[in-house]
Design a binder for this molecule. Structure first.
Ligand SMILES: Cc1cc2nc3c(=O)[nH]c(=O)nc-3n(C[C@H](O)[C@H](O)[C@H](O)COP(=O)(O)O)c2cc1C
Length: 195
């Protein structure tokens, strides 16, 4: 059976379009699912104490550094065990929700999810693909203003996830008709994606 790690990042709870689209797709997959709602259960912001704890051997870590590294280890294990990483992402002030950035900061660890070799950086998350659902009030896909998708592609590629499918529901604040068209289009595209 396939493993899916699902990350939800909207602050809107049950009213979230991105979460609803992701969950509707998930319900159709025959897979074991781990769900993380980063809005209600956020990963802390990265601090120097946390980062230096990551770089310190286990026996040299303070108590709080041990707890932070343990959380990071758990998040990385969930990611590495997933065949598919599903992330639902609303656009907030042109970027990704900061809770998702915190998750990225906790799973980006040298020697665990990437390493530098003579050939440059190498991603260590093998055999995981990603499905990314993006919801936006306006229209940005394919323009310079879309900094979300290129950033996610870069970060995931860096850790080894190069198979990334982006599903957009855009223009959802541009009137009811535009919203419904965007939702139908996203659902249709999701139908073609399997875990
Ligand atoms: C705090 C906040 C900031 C937002 N910023 C933008 C933005 O910069 N550009 C945009 O097109 N839509 C913006 N929106 C609209 C959301 O991206 C849009 O409503 C999206 O569908 C929300 O997804 P969700 O329902 O999963 O939360 C913003 C919404 C909120 C709540």
């Amino acid at each position: 059976m396939k493993n899916i790690l699902a990350l939800y990042t909207s602050i809107s709870g049950d009213n979230s379009l991105s979460t609803q689209l992701a969950k509707e797709w998930l319900a159709k997959q025959d897979a074991k699912v781990i769900e993380r709602d980063l809005a209600t259960n956020p990963v802390p912001h990265l601090t120097m104490e946390t980062f230096s704890g990551f770089m310190t051997p286990e026996e040299g870590r303070s108590e709080s550094q041990q707890a932070q590294a343990a959380l990071s280890d758990t998040l990385i294990k969930e990611l590495k065990e997933a065949d598919t990483l599903l992330i639902s992402i609303p656009m907030y002030n042109f970027g990704i929700p900061s809770t998702l950035k915190s998750w990225i900061d906790y799973i980006s660890r040298a020697g665990m999810t990437f390493q530098y070799s003579a050939n440059g950086p190498e991603g260590l998350v093998k055999n995981t693909r990603a499905v990314v659902v993006l919801t936006r009030g306006g229209l940005y896909q394919g323009t310079e203003a879309d900094v979300q998708a290129p950033f996610i592609k870069l970060v995931l590629g860096f850790i080894g996830i190069t198979d990334v499918e982006f599903i957009y529901a855009e223009g959802v604040a541009m009137g009811e008709e535009a919203k419904q068209v965007a939702i139908s289009s996203a659902k249709e595209k999701l139908t073609a994606v399997t875990a």
